[in-house]
Design a protein around this ligand. Structure first.
Ligand code: NAD
Length: 264
């Protein structure tokens, strides 16, 4: 029987690549994003259906628990019992620490940290209530961390701290969910060419005077051992492992996939 996964923030970027990859692996997938990205959600769902798998769309803001609970109910109703939650949605912001407002800090944590907590707590409750997780067929909860969960980038400080929190929360979930046969892991990408890095490149450039496109090139050449910017599919390959049976004995880990920036 097909396994069922929800991928948050999967209308584009890394989430979209993960959704397509795990559909290719045999998952039926619920695509989620905020309402502004509904059209791209529908497109991703259609691409999955074209692969011969089931897909549905559930619009929800991951920072709101009630919307996350409704998203899970939509996925279960449309696709069947849940097996895997991939809490991918996240935002970034480039700003010096001394210029951050309370609102900036709050927004960062409400999406990147409360978003993971909402998705993990609500999906764990769903998995436990369904009773379909066993030692031989564990449930999977996977979160989006980052290399900045190991060493912050200057000017991305509240983003970096939010990703440290995701790494810690994922470790804690791994401990408390093990008796329920649910594994909990995170992926930690480096510099991936998505809309998020377009924004980071532009805003870091505005701080340093670099032209648009030059900062990502400079970071790629100076920081990445393999000397190429990551693509979403690089991350999706790792998440395919974390969502699949080959990682059944792996839990509590934050696995880096960055072409060689951070060595853990
Ligand atoms: N791009 C990178 O280099 C990089 C590196 C490390 C970690 N990450 C993490 O990977 C994840 C995906 O990043 P990406 O590069 O694909 O970014 P992206 O901005 O292209 O995609 C993120 C998606 O999440 C959605 N989203 C934002 N807030 C949401 C909310 N409250 N509820 C539901 N959806 C929401 C956005 O609308 C967007 O479609 C993020 O958590 C990001 O922090 C990205």
């Amino acid at each position: 029987m097909a396994r069922v996964a929800i991928v948050t923030g999967s209308s584009r970027g890394i989430g979209r690549a993960i959704a397509l990859r795990i559909a290719h692996d045999g998952y039926d997938v619920c695509i989620n994003d905020i309402s502004a990205n509904r059209e791209n959600c529908e497109k991703t769902a259609k691409e999955i259906q074209d692969l011969g798998r089931k897909a549905c769309v559930a619009i929800a803001d991951v920072s709101v628990l009630k919307e996350v609970e409704e998203m899970i109910q939509t996925a279960v109703k449309e696709l069947g019992p849940l097996n895997t939650m991939i809490a991918n949605a996240g935002i970034a912001q480039v700003k010096p620490l001394l210029e951050l407002t309370e609102e900036d800090f709050h927004r960062m944590f409400s999406i990147n940290v409360y978003g993971v907590q909402n998705c993990f707590q609500a999906s764990a409750k769903q998995l436990i209530a369904q009773g379909n997780c066993t030692a031989k067929n564990p449930g999977k909860m996977i979160s989006a961390a980052s290399i900045v969960a190991f060493k912050p980038f200057a000017l991305l400080s509240h983003y970096s701290s939010s990703k440290w929190a995701v790494r810690g929360l994922t470790q804690a979930y791994a401990m408390e969910m093990a008796p329920h046969h649910i594994t909990c892991n995170a992926y930690a990408p480096g510099i991936v060419g998505t809309a998020m890095w377009d924004l980071i490149d532009e805003r870091l450039g505005a701080q340093t005077g670099a032209k648009v496109g030059d900062t990502i090139k400079k970071y790629t050449n100076e920081l990445i051992a393999q000397k190429r910017t990551s693509v979403p599919e690089d991350v999706a390959k790792l998440v395919s492992f974390l969502a699949g049976p080959d990682s059944d004995h792996v839990t509590g880990q934050t696995q880096v996939v960055d072409g060689g920036i951070i060595f853990t």
